[in-house]
Design a protein around this ligand. Structure first.
Ligand SMILES: Cc1cc2nc3c(=O)[nH]c(=O)nc-3n(C[C@H](O)[C@H](O)[C@H](O)COP(=O)(O)OP(=O)(O)OC[C@H]3O[C@@H](n4cnc5c(N)ncnc54)[C@H](O)[C@@H]3O)c2cc1C
Length: 323
């Protein structure tokens, strides 16, 4: 069985930051990733622009140079791949972690889709992008419904409903509108989300004011059929013709996996951890990155969770000193 000091689950930006810190601490490590490098970013919309400046997305002290202050998805994927190359990160891609167990000797045994590893420490940096928050309505599983919007061209000259009020929904509504889609936004609350990028907000507000994008506030989809969707609105139920539904209803961490790994949760369902060391209830098992927020997926992002890597390795270095 292969043995490492540290096994990192997930090769997102924060898992990579942890690997760089492990390398700097002179520890052996492996990153096990179920998809491609930075798999979540790889699956973002092709024309997506980050709300952060490129400097705030940097890891390992490697400068992230972008043409505009806010980089786009393609630049970010390129940047993180170059960082992985620079540090020759020990990556095992397309290998899923299924189970983590602690042995009596304090080491972890990690079962993946390919093999088994032994490791002194385990870091869970699995993000939240793999599981969409479902609307749980009839028709949601039809092929015309997506929770992962990718590229606007598909929707040209089609009747498109976009569900949601935050960045992903507003970007999808504007991009598809500009490729000739007939766009209707369905928003549960009474306004455009407060997190919407400040330079995008006037654009969507003006498109709505001009009647170019239709919006139903305080409304919900109740069912989806092949050629129509049904909505509940403050003015009553209605049906509108529809070809595609882009459901930007958010995402959630893999709670089932956290349970399986033995991570305790707080009353509000956040994974429990020591905020100074990032260690969970199980000694040697750490959390890093956006997974820490539980259902509050706006709490952590790359900008403010990069620091988890340093916190974790400060704790591991401490433990090594006193062992
Ligand atoms: C559309 C969008 C725009 C955003 N814009 C910004 C921004 O401008 N600035 C900012 O700071 N943040 C932004 N964020 C948030 C941030 O980009 C992401 O949440 C970021 O990817 C978090 O990094 P992470 O390493 O914690 O998790 P992720 O990047 O999600 O990485 C987790 C990795 O773990 C892997 N994984 C999961 N389960 C397993 C398993 N069982 N075994 C092996 N591997 C597994 C996944 O495949 C994934 O690659 C944005 C998020 C979204 C969705």
């Amino acid at each position: 069985m292969e043995e490492y000091d540290v096994l990192i689950i997930g090769a997102g930006p924060i898992g990579m930051a942890c690997a760089i810190e492990a390398r700097r601490a002179g520890l052996s490590y492996i990153i096990v990733e179920k998809g491609a490098l930075v798999n979540s970013l790889y699956n973002y919309p092709v024309f997506m622009t980050f709300f952060s400046t490129s400097q705030r997305l940097e890891i390992g002290g490697v400068p992230f140079v972008s043409i505009n202050p806010k980089p786009n998805r393609n630049e970010a994927v390129e940047y993180y791949r170059r960082v992985a190359e620079k540090f020759s990160l020990n990556l095992h891609l397309f290998e899923r972690v299924d189970q983590v167990e602690k042995n009596a000797d304090g080491n972890f045994e990690v079962q993946t889709s390919k093999t088994r590893y032994r490791s002194r420490y385990v870091i869970i940096s699995t993000g939240f992008y793999d599981i969409p928050v479902m609307m749980n309505i009839p028709g949601e599983s039809l092929p015309k419904v997506t929770h992962y919007y990718k590229d606007p061209h598909l929707y040209a000259f089609q009747n498109v409903v976009v569900v949601g009020a935050n960045n992903s929904a507003i970007d999808a509504a504007l991009e598809t509108y500009r490729k000739g889609a007939n766009v209707t936004l369905v928003i549960r609350g009474g306004e455009i989300g407060s997190y919407v990028k400040y330079w995008v907000r006037p654009d969507i507000e003006n498109r709505i004011a001009a009647g170019e994008i239709k919006v139903y506030f305080q409304s919900e989809l109740t069912s989806i059929e092949e050629t129509a969707v049904h909505l509940k609105t403050p003015d009553g139920d209605l049906s509108i013709p529809n070809d595609f539904v882009i459901a930007m209803t958010g995402y959630q961490p893999d709670f089932e996996m956290l349970n399986r790994l033995g991570v305790r949760r707080t009353d509000d369902q956040r994974p429990a951890y020591n905020p100074e060391t990032m260690e969970t209830n199980m000694e040697g098992l750490y959390l890093a990155g956006v997974v820490c927020g539980g259902m509050d997926t706006h709490k952590w992002y790359i900008e403010n969770s990069r620091v988890h890597a340093e916190q974790i390795f400060a704790d591991i270095n401490n433990k090594k000193t006193y062992q």
